[in-house]
Design a binder for this molecule. Structure first.
Ligand code: SAM
Length: 276
């Protein structure tokens, strides 16, 4: 086996999804760089691959410490297989820094591609796949979560985010407040026995997952904005609302429905009122 770094994808649920090339590389590599050796050794045992090799724990937190070790082994002519607990390394998993360092030192790097939850979820969602943006994990804290979703709102592609089951309802509720009626898909337990993909508005999905407590691993996808969502006739809508309710209520309604700037809508309302 040629000396270098091999980025090896592992299954995200169904063990049969590992490729024959991945098995061969994992069998032959001198060193295994992994997130958690217990998880990787369990996979090796299931696949009948020998664990009699050096296993090096390579994580974001110990990157600075472990990368010189890996680079030294590669310089000695060893082959290193980089593997995540599940799926494709580097996708919300460690790896890009060691790839960069290998490239800087002219070390051979290759990918042994395979499962990735982003791609599997998109394939099942029925949402547009011609353009998408993967944004990683939704932040845990309330304000950070809202800011994160707000920042992505104007991107005109399908959005893909990783989430965990206990936080799904909170995130769907933030999506409802920010994305309103946009179509959302939740893919759960991909390639596993209870795989499912539900699609609807955030509100419909909140109802579904309130009645059916979500379990397992989750990918959320949000459809791109409709053309008319980015070109809404704010003035027209505001005039209609002002004809039916007091100015302040009309502003409040529109701001929350379309997530607009309160000051801007208020100024517009005052101008409309003065012109009437
Ligand atoms: N590198 C992995 C990949 O290629 O997808 C992702 C690793 S990331 C640490 C773990 C997250 O990926 C989970 O929290 C979940 O959002 C998503 N994920 C992984 N496996 C999944 C599965 N079988 N079904 C749904 N989501 C999954």
């Amino acid at each position: 086996m040629k000396n270098g770094l091999y980025i090896v994808a592992s299954p995200i649920g169904n063990i049969n999804d590992i490729s024959p090339r991945a098995v061969q590389v994992l069998k032959e590599a001198d060193v295994i760089a992994c997130e958690d050796s217990r998880v990787t050794k369990k996979l090796f045992n299931l696949l009948g691959i020998s664990c009699a090799r050096e296993f090096i724990i390579y994580q974001n937190y110990n990157e600075e410490e472990q990368s010189p070790r890996l680079l030294a082994l590669l310089a000695e002519g060893k082959s290193v297989a980089l593997i995540s607990d599940a799926g494709s390394p580097l996708i919300s998993d460690p790896g890009y820094k060691i790839v960069r360092k290998c490239r800087e030192q002219g070390i051979y790097v290759t990918s042994v591609p395979g499962c990735c939850a982003v791609i599997t979820a998109l394939q099942l969602s029925g949402l547009p796949t011609n353009r998408f943006m993967f944004a990683g994990f939704v932040p845990n804290k309330e304000k950070a979560r809202v800011d994160f979703l707000q920042d992505l709102k104007d991107i005109k592609t399908t959005l893909v985010i990783y989430e965990t089951a206990p936080r799904l309802l909170k995130t769907l509720s933030a999506i409802k407040n920010i994305y309103h009626f946009r179509e959302v898909a939740v893919a759960r337990e991909l390639t596993k026995m209870y795989e499912e993909c539900q699609r609807g508005t955030a509100e419909e999905l909140i109802t579904h997952y309130t009645e059916n407590t979500p379990k397992g691993e989750i990918v959320i996808m949000i459809a791109p904005p409709e053309e008319d969502e980015t070109n809404i006739d704010i003035e027209g809508l505001l005039k209609q609302k002002m004809a039916k309710m007091p100015l302040k209520s009309a502003v409040k309604d529109l701001v929350s429905e379309y997530n607009l700037s309160k000051n801007e809508v208020y100024e517009l309302a005052l101008r409309i009122k003065n012109e009437q």
